[in-house]
Design a protein around this ligand. Structure first.
Ligand code: GCO
Ligand code: MG
Length: 412
């Protein structure tokens, strides 16, 4: 059996997605997610111009060998564009393999290690009252874990903050806000780390006293703190027992987390911007983190993420796969199958896709009592309605840019 064709669809049902559609010579198709928020067309070109032509006629069952071929053959290693392209092909080949076997992918990956995957929702509010409403709504839906983000007094729109109470009219999508005066340029936000560090512990104190000790509370620092600031925050949050503090320092500086570790027992999660196991080498071998935040979409697909989780498992580090709306339903399905199968699953981020997205990508995963399950459909369990997808052409959209009060460019 061999690969007959590889198509790459870029569609924007509410936001942009890049999907590889691999078809075998006898007509079986597999889907893979290669969405890279704000740089979608670069991955699409990489796939169409540099990957697809080299794979036609190859044995579709050689998943590991194809992964190594795509990783090593360009000579240039890693990087988000390359690894998203590798991911798209890899997921599609696993999808095909499981469809041929007539089983949901998790069964090929070793079978279920648990009955479902604990998820966390994004609870967010411009102030404490709105945040409480959002948390309450998620608790009523069955969530046992929530990520809490709020506005900081004196700052305007910042990362992750919007009124997110379930059923609310506002659909959150971080990428898409283009500057009104220059429509090809991202919007800009203003940031003040000191104000944030003063405010956040009071938010945790409030939420703990309002919702009790059992609800898991998470927070995303979005790479904005210097190591000493992150160490301070991790220590200040300790009394409220967070489930994790995510991305407290810029991702590329692995040794920065040594300082944070020395000063606190707050669990740490990092890695959504990483794209290979090597980005974690120091973090894992020195046990500087507790959770791996990579996505299959940005870290080389099921094969890349499985390799990483095996390495992490040796050090007792668990998964917290990235699950924002810029991982497509195909990538999300890959997480659910892998998360169900591996031993060292931790938690799954669940930011549901919009109704518009789900009309184009038909999923078979299910949610109940705060838990996700990938379902029993053979393969990944996601179908792409290509006709519906074609009705939503690519729309330029970027993540915002962040500046300090004096105009210095900062991490967003
Ligand atoms: C998260 C992430 C996202 C990212 C987004 C960027 O924890 O879910 O931080 O919200 O900002 O994926 O494209
Ligand atoms: Mg994050």
């Amino acid at each position: 059996m061999s690969i007959r064709s590889i198509d790459v669809d870029v569609t924007s049902p509410g936001r942009n997605f890049v999907t590889a559609i691999v078809t075998t010579d006898d007509g079986v198709t597999g889907l893979g997610d290669g969405t890279l928020n704000g740089r979608e067309l670069a991955v699409a070109s990489y796939l169409r111009d540099h990957v697809a032509p080299t794979l036609i006629g190859r044995d579709e069952t050689q998943i590991e060998s194809t992964w190594q071929y795509l990783y090593r053959s360009p000579y240039w290693r890693r990087g988000p564009v390359t690894m998203a392209a590798v991911a798209a092909i890899d997921m599609a080949l696993w999808d095909i393999a499981a469809k041929r076997a007539g089983v949901p992918l998790y069964r090929l990956l070793g079978g279920a290690s648990r009955t479902g995957l604990m998820t966390y929702a994004h609870a967010s509010g411009t102030d404490l009252e709105h945040l409480d409403d959002a948390i309450r709504g998620y608790v009523e839906q069955g969530f046992r874990a929530v990520r809490i983000q709020t506005g900081v007094p004196g700052l305007g729109q910042i990362y992750g903050v919007h009124d997110s109470a379930p059923g609310g009219a506002y659909e959150y999508e971080p990428a898409g806000r283009l500057a009104a005066d220059a429509p090809r340029r991202p919007e800009e936000e203003t940031w003040d780390t000191a104000a944030y560090l003063r405010h956040l512990p009071t938010v945790f104190e409030h939420v703990r006293s309002e919702f009790g000790p059992e609800l898991h509370l998470l927070h995303d620092g979005h790479h904005r703190m210097r190591p000493i600031e992150a160490a301070r925050l991790a220590s200040d949050l300790e009394p409220y027992r967070p489930f994790w503090l995510e991305d407290c320092t810029p991702g590329e500086d692995q040794s920065a987390l040594r300082l944070v570790r020395e000063h606190s027992t707050t669990p740490l999660a990092i890695g959504e911007v990483f794209n290979s196991v090597f980005d974690y080498q120091t973090l894992i071998t020195e046990r500087l983190i507790d959770f791996v935040r990579s996505s299959a979409t940005h870290a080389g697909g099921v094969t890349g993420l499985r390799q990483l989780m095996t390495f992490a498992g040796i050090y007792g580090i668990r998964s917290g796969f990235h699950g924002p709306t810029d991982v497509s339903p195909v990538g999300m399905a890959a997480h659910l199958h892998l998360g169900l199968a591996i031993h060292n699953f931790g938690i799954q981020e669940f930011m549901p896709h919009s109704a518009r997205t789900l009309e184009v990508f038909r999923t078979s995963y299910t949610f109940a009592d705060g838990m996700l399950h990938p379902g029993e459909t053979p393969g990944l369990g996601v179908e792409l309605d290509r006709e519906a997808a074609a009705a939503h052409p690519y729309e330029p959209a970027y993540l915002p840019v962040n500046r300090l009060r004096d105009g210095t460019v900062h991490d967003w």
